[in-house]
Ligand binder design. Structure first.
Ligand code: 0WD
Length: 261
């Protein structure tokens, strides 16, 4: 079957608070046909319930643990089987062991560092390789990053290194895929209460700092991140690639007051 509508593969829906879920709602509202790749069977029921609640009845669901060799390619092949075309890819996954998201960075373990890099940054490369093969008419890819890629955020530790990696991967892929008219960008969201975020020690304190110290004097919403994500995926951003767009109430323009966050 070949969809007459644009299609997307979304990685990283865990629940209704997931950034990937906000983006999925936006994509559906724009008439985009969906493949939802989720980490493991334990998520399937919750994801099916979310999709049904949103009136998304034709999404293709595929499990994908990006640490499994070949898992990403299986998602892309299943997508093409179902939809016959590929226009967008949303990378909204990250993982670090909880014990690596607190305490001293100097105590980071080798396997903890490598696992965070593998899931949160390396995984975008096989996705882009598959997209390069399948996006015959060009397309767009986004990934989710965080300010700690560029500045020190207490406790974010090993995930900061992973996000720094991810932001380079976005730029390098943008360079390499540009001639096929495939754009690659990152959205750098302010803090949102999600499963992953709650894994960072002192996260609630970060939310308060953003509410008090940002130009907008408030935290951002899932919908605001989804709106910016759809913008970067859409033709409205046809001249934008390799960029990192902050959706953070303006926090990233503030000189540090010295308060740790
Ligand atoms: O404040 C926040 N929530 C921010 C999140 C601020 C700025 C950026 N981000 C980023 C995260 O670093 C991540 O890259 O946004 C992305 C999405 O994170 P999220 O929506 O905040 O977190 P969550 O709802 O937990 O989704 C992350 C998902 C995992 O969910 P669980 O419930 O397992 O933590 O990433 C997926 C999983 O669904 N995931 C994997 N998928 C495939 N293979 C794997 C894996 N090995 N590990 C995690």
């Amino acid at each position: 079957m070949s969809s007459s509508q644009p299609t997307a593969i979304v990685f990283g829906i865990a629940n209704k608070r997931s950034i990937a879920w906000g983006v999925t709602q936006k994509l559906h509202a724009q008439g985009v046909k969906l493949t939802v790749a989720y980490q493991g069977e334990r998520f399937e029921r919750a994801i099916r319930k979310l999709l049904e609640g949103e009136g998304i009845t034709d999404a293709l669901l595929v499990t994908c643990d990006v640490t499994e060799e070949g898992a990403v390619d299986r998602v892309f092949d299943a997508h093409m089987e179902q939809w016959g075309r590929l226009d967008h890819v949303v990378h909204s996954i990250a993982f670090a062991k909880r014990e690596e998201l607190e305490g001293n960075f100097t105590d980071t373990s080798r396997d903890g560092f490598l696992l965070a890099q593998e899931i949160s940054a390396f995984s975008l490369i096989p996705m882009a390789r598959a997209a390069k093969r399948l996006m015959s008419d060009g397309g767009s890819i986004i990934a989710m990053t965080y300010l700690a890629a560029q500045r020190v955020v207490a406790n974010y530790n090993v995930m900061g290194s992973a996000k720094a990696s991810l932001e380079h991967v976005v730029r390098q892929l943008a360079f390499e895929l540009g001639e096929q008219n495939i754009r690659v960008n990152a959205v750098s969201a302010g803090p949102l209460q999600t499963v992953s975020a709650r894994g960072v020690a002192g996260f609630s304190g970060i939310l308060k700092v953003y509410a008090d110290k940002t130009p907008l004097k408030r935290n951002i919403t899932l919908e605001e991140v989804a709106n910016a994500s759809w913008f970067l995926l859409s033709e409205q951003a046809s001249g934008i690639t390799g960029q990192c767009l902050f959706v953070d109430s303006g926090y990233s323009i503030m000189a540090s007051s010295g308060d740790e966050i």
